[in-house]
Design a protein around this ligand. Structure first.
Ligand code: SF4
Length: 349
């Protein structure tokens, strides 16, 4: 039986701004088991990164404010931990790979010094021992000449090298959970594939659990055990890769899948897009947040936020279409990506 590491329940996070309160995360729930990869997918501003940073307790408070919810890690509510206690969690239990390695590393410190800082703190290794651990990690992430890179400044490295250094820093204290916040967005396509391959390889080797945040569904299929689809600060659908790709139940997931470029599509055909824009999170709608963009919107959708419907096999859909009283609706033709992911192909869920 799988071991539950992290349980996030009904998490609500807001930001105070001059113009009012931004309801960035509005009741998000998900879980993570030991050794699995959960991919959180959704468009910019849907609350993916804010959720991760809240779990790591990296958000400045104020302006951020946790309004509700619990984050249980190995049975402990980490939202109740003091800043001092959280220092022991960050690095040792949780580590994060950020989107932009250039702004996430200290430009005035050599790579080696930045790496050995957390090795000293969490592994109690000092001097040549700490240096050896750091150099070994740089070699492990595939960097040539790791001893030289140890003494280099971040700005002298390429984007791909810096991202590998960040991964080496993140895994150097063998964290139980690795949060990767769009780790390949700033890289070219070849480098993206290499970095994802590396994260997958390290996860297998160290049995680390991974929470990967992305807006790229191609990445999702390659990496995920389970997927959570977020929209306007809420998880609107979650399940295994197979459930999300082959049995999607939420119109927003249908839209995301339909918008994936299809290699078999004629060049004359227009690429599908989801019309409209996400709602203003200063004043989120009373009903379903996707209603203004949804082709299946009903009266009930405008009046009340949909409940979470689960099928007993771990597939959750937050949509009134799942209610027994609603008219039957299925994913539009072309949404289920059979030609892209044949049976036994990339999908592993
Ligand atoms: Fe569309 Fe209604 Fe479902 Fe929202 S609840 S996604 S508006 S059908």
């Amino acid at each position: 039986m799988s071991e539950r590491l992290l349980t996030v329940e009904n998490l609500e996070v807001s930001f105070s701004a001059y113009a009012g309160e931004i309801h960035a995360v509005r009741g998000v729930s998900f879980y993570l088991d030991k050794g699995e990869t959960l991919v959180i997918v959704g468009e910019s501003g849907c609350g993916k990164s804010v959720s991760m940073q809240t779990i790591m307790r990296l958000l400045p408070m104020p302006p951020a404010q946790i309004k509700n919810g619990t984050v249980l890690y190995k049975g402990q509510d980490i939202l109740k931990k003091t800043d001092k206690e959280m220092e022991r969690y960050r690095g040792k239990e949780f580590a994060m790979i950020f989107q932009d390695s250039m702004t996430s590393m200290n430009p005035t410190m050599r790579v080696g010094r930045q790496m050995t800082e957390s090795i000293r703190k969490h592994q109690k290794a000092y001097g040549t021992e700490a240096k050896k651990i750091a150099v070994d990690m740089l070699a492990k992430v595939g960097l040539p000449n790791p001893k030289q890179i140890f003494y280099r400044y971040p700005h002298t490295l390429s984007g791909g090298q810096r991202q590998r250094v960040m991964i080496a820093m993140a895994i150097s204290c063998k964290p139980s959970v690795l949060f990767a916040d769009e780790p390949t967005t700033a890289l070219d396509v070849t480098m993206q594939a290499q970095i994802l391959e590396l994260i997958n390889h390290l996860k297998e080797e160290t049995q680390t659990s991974v929470v990967l945040v992305t807006h790229n569904l191609g990445v999702v299929a390659k990496m995920a055990d389970r997927i959570a689809v977020m929209y306007a600060g809420q998880a609107v659908e979650s399940g295994t890769v197979r459930q999300i790709f082959y049995e999607p139940g939420h119109p927003y997931t249908w839209g995301l899948l339909g918008a994936m470029p299809d290699m078999l599509q004629s060049r004359k055909e227009k690429l599908y897009t989801i019309q409209g824009t996400p709602p203003d999170l200063f004043a989120p709608p009373v009903g379903c947040a996707f209603a203004a963009r949804c082709d299946y919107c009903m009266k009930a959708c405008l009046k009340e936020n949909p409940s979470e419907y689960t099928d007993g096999k771990g597939h959750m859909v937050r949509c009134w279409l799942q209610d027994a009283r609603s008219p039957k609706a299925e994913a539009p033709e072309g949404v289920i990506p059979i030609p892209l992911f044949p049976e036994g192909g990339a999908l592993n869920g």
